[in-house]
Write a protein that binds this ligand. Sequence first.
Ligand code: ADP
Ligand code: MG
Length: 304
Amino acid sequence: MTAPAALPGQIRDDIPPVVVDAVTVRFGAITALNAVSFTVVPGTIHAIIGPNGAGKSTMFNVLSGVYKAAEGSVLFGEHRLDQMRPYKIADIGVARAFQNIALSATQSVAENLMLGRHHLTRAGFLASGLRLPKATSEGRKHGARVAEIAEFMELGNKLHTPVGVLSYGDQKRVEVARALCTEPRLLLLDEPVAGMNSEETARMADAILEIRSALGISVVLVEHDMGMVMGIADQVTVLDFGRLIADGTPAQVQADPEVIRAYLGSGDDDLASIGEDADAPPDDDSPGAPRADSPRVTTEESSP
Ligand code: ADP
Ligand code: MG
């Protein structure tokens, strides 16, 4: 998979911006997000970063309809993302991939990806179970698209492999592929490289660049891995203690004194390297190193 450096030539015209306007979220006395505003330009990779406790996960949950904002709004075209139920966001072309893998371990890659197409199947799962003629022809169409997306995510030769036996990196790519199977216009990624070694991280970074350039959709990612973000993001929003402290290109935020101060003050060694070489690989690549985030594969259905 080649990683194009430039923006795609043909940005789709059916992708609205995401306009986050003065979003505030409180948990009791804690203000997790304090009047945060930023805009995701269509067809770009937009990263949300910040030290631990900055409000990244809270923002991700607002964008995906899981948390309601106490104040402010999130618009995706004419839709209020912040007022939408999580299971409804697929209908307006928003898909999310979870930090903790939410796939069915015993089912094959193809079966897991097919779950991502549920909301697109007119026949629905009941008719599929009864093998009605309409369901079978529709099933073939969706099967072909699933195979295409699996190929795109370099999982083409693993379509019939149970997800549970795949490597951690492959499972994370299945999780992203499942989100792509909903045919999103906006893809939300929660720490897509958490717990990955440097090779897996580089493959995922390539895949995200390829998603932007080949599909032309918007990608919002919440991320802890600084080198990865600086290498692929078009725009970076930096949060600290629930406040937006910087919003700009990777080069702009990297040079921002307040960003450097926030990261140095966080005592987080990984993040403290923000002012250093952005292309340096992450330092968690020793093969025996424990996973920061081991895959949690469940047998529960993962609704699209
Ligand atoms: P990040 O993902 O950047 O580490 P979070 O969004 O998880 O930050 O948290 C932001 C702040 O909100 C933290 O102070 C955290 O303790 C608090 N917080 C997050 N989720 C909850 C919750 N469900 N209940 C109470 N406090 C929360
Ligand atoms: Mg978090």
